[in-house]
Design a protein around this ligand. Structure first.
Ligand SMILES: NC(=O)c1ccc[n+]([C@@H]2O[C@H](COP(=O)([O-])OP(=O)(O)OC[C@H]3O[C@@H](n4cnc5c(N)ncnc54)[C@H](O)[C@@H]3O)[C@@H](O)[C@H]2O)c1
Length: 222
């Protein structure tokens, strides 16, 4: 199930999964809306017999300096990027607990390691995702539920391209500076992050929980 507030985006992803031979449906909804999230989880039960893997990917990263940032902007980012992860995980966890099996993958950001100006709300939310991941790994381990996080570097997604373009020359320079800092001097493609999620969702990673996998072409080394 592809759950997204962008109906056509979600439908496009579901269509791509179907075209490659998989089963998929798209569901329109906002991760901030508990009732909508719950009804999507119920629908996955009807259509697929339950949710065995949860990837918490929904997120926004609007640029704002600390002094320009309003409380509303801060709340919007935290509500989607952190509370949304709570809502989706809270809605799915009971069936995983009952089944005594589950894989949860939370998408954070390399910026929790390296920092970045003009994204304090975003980086605070993604740091919260790491704390949430570690807490739940301890809490849900007895039920054989694996909870891990991925910290991607700057990925060349459509949203990232829009953010870079909006800054003009400064955006291109910022991307060039990130690439220069990476051990591998190239852009990261979305499929490369999907591959890391696939690993964490599969039994290849059965010995791992509470971990943060850094997929950033060697930007932050720790
Ligand atoms: N692109 C990058 O450089 C980068 C780097 C590190 C981490 N990330 C993280 O990766 C994830 C995906 O980012 P992306 O670059 O693909 O951006 P994107 O905008 O293409 O994807 C984010 C998706 O989340 C959805 N979404 C946003 N708010 C939502 C809400 N309230 N309810 C339901 N769906 C919602 C959007 O519609 C969109 O489809 C985000 O969590 C982002 O923070 C991205």
């Amino acid at each position: 199930m592809v759950f997204d507030r962008d109906g056509s985006g979600a439908a496009g992803v579901a269509a791509a999964i179907q075209a490659s031979g998989g089963r998929a449906i798209s569901v329109l909804g906002d991760v901030r809306d508990v009732k909508v999230v719950k009804s999507a989880v119920d629908r996955a039960g009807t259509e697929f017999g339950g949710i065995h893997i949860l990837i918490n990917n929904a997120g926004i990263y609007p640029r704002a300096s600390l002094v320009e940032m309003t409380g509303e902007q801060w709340d919007e980012v935290l509500d989607i990027n952190l509370k949304g992860v709570f809502h989706c995980t809270r809605a799915v966890a009971p069936q995983m607990i009952e089944r005594r099996a589950g894989k949860i993958v939370n998408i954070s950001s390399v910026n929790i390691h390296v920092g970045a100006p003009n994204f304090s709300h975003y980086i605070a939310s993604k740091g919260g995702v790491i704390g949430f991941t570690r807490a739940l790994a301890r809490e849900l381990g007895d039920y054989n539920i694996h909870v891990n996080a991925v910290t991607p570097g700057a990925i060349q997604t459509e949203a990232e391209k829009r953010l870079v373009a909006a800054q003009g020359k400064a955006g291109d320079e910022a991307v060039a500076a990130i690439v220069a800092r990476q051990c591998l001097k190239r852009r990261i493609q979305p499929a490369e992050i999907a591959a890391v999620c696939l690993f964490l969702a599969s039994d290849l990673s059965d010995s791992m929980t509470g971990q943060t996998l850094n997929a950033d072409c060697g930007n932050a080394l720790y």
